[in-house]
Design a binder for this molecule. Sequence first.
Ligand SMILES: [Zn+2]
Length: 312
Amino acid sequence: MNGKRMNEDTGKMEITTEWINSFIEEQLRIWELAKKNYSDLASVKRRKIIVGELEIFIQCNPARIISTSANITDGKAPQRPCFLCEKNRPAEQNKYEILPGWDLLVNPYPILPVHFTIVNRQHLPQAAVPDDIVSIAERLPGMVVFFNGARAGASAPDHLHLQAVLKNELPLINLAEKFHPSNEPGIKSSSDFGLNLPYLFFSGVIPPSPAGYPLLMAGLKIGGPDTDGKFIDSELVNSFFWKDDHGVMRFISIPRIGHRPSCYFAEGDERYLISPGCIDMAGIIITPREEDFNILDQTDLLKIYSEVAVTS
Ligand SMILES: [Zn+2]
C-alpha cells in the first residue's frame, strides 16, 4: 500500500499519515455500513460546555447506541458471540497486523473521523493495560492509543483491545500537553497543575533514555483506587499513550471508581444514556439520544464525572 516506507533502524514498515488515510479509504470503499457511519459523522451535532478548565464537547451520535447500551455487568463477559474475534468479524472488515498479535481495524461505529480498534488476536479478557500499547503508539504518528478498563467503559470486556484516534481531537490530551511540557519528564498528578479540573488523572512524560523505562512501567500499572486508596485496580482505568509533536512518549491515566453513572440507570427525566469510556473522559461526551444531547449541562457533567472517577 502507498505511504509506507522502511524504517532503517527497525526494519519495520513505517506507518505514515498517508498510509492511515489510504487504509481507511480502502475500507470505506468496500464496506457500505462503515461508509455510511463515517459519512454521517460530518453532520453530527456538537456543542461545547466548559467544566472547570476542561473544554468538553457533547456529541450526538445515534449510531453509538449499540456500544453505549452494551449489556455488560461489572466487567463480566457478555452473552453474545464476540464481535472482535476474527471468525465473527464482518467479511468486509480489513485488518493490518500493526504489531505481532495485534490487528488494526477501522471501527465501523466511529466517534471521530479517524477511529481504529486494535484487537488482540487471542480472545483474552480486558484485564490490564497491555505493555504493547507503547509500541503500538510508537507506530501511529499523530494518534493516541487508549485502553478502556473492563469496568471503566469497555463495551467488550471479554476481548483484549485498544482504540486509536487523532490525538489533537481529544481536549484532555491538548490540556496535558499544555500544562505538562515535554521537557519536564516524570509523572504528575493533575492536582499539580493548579487548575480547576473535574476529576483526578496522572500525566506522564517519558524521556527517551533508560530513565524513561521505569516511568513507563509505572504508567502501565496505574489503575483505579483499591480499598487502601492505592491506584492499582487494572480494570478501573482509562489509559492513553501517544507520541507528542516533539517525538516524546507520553501517557495519561484516569483512575475510575465506577463503570456507569447513576443517570444511566435512572428513569424518566433523570435518565441520560451515557456510558463513559476514554473518549468521554477525555472531553467528548457521546449521547446517542438527542433528548440527552439537548439538555445536558455543566452540573450534570460534574455529577457524572464525580460518580465514575476520583474527584479531589
Ligand atoms: Zn473475542
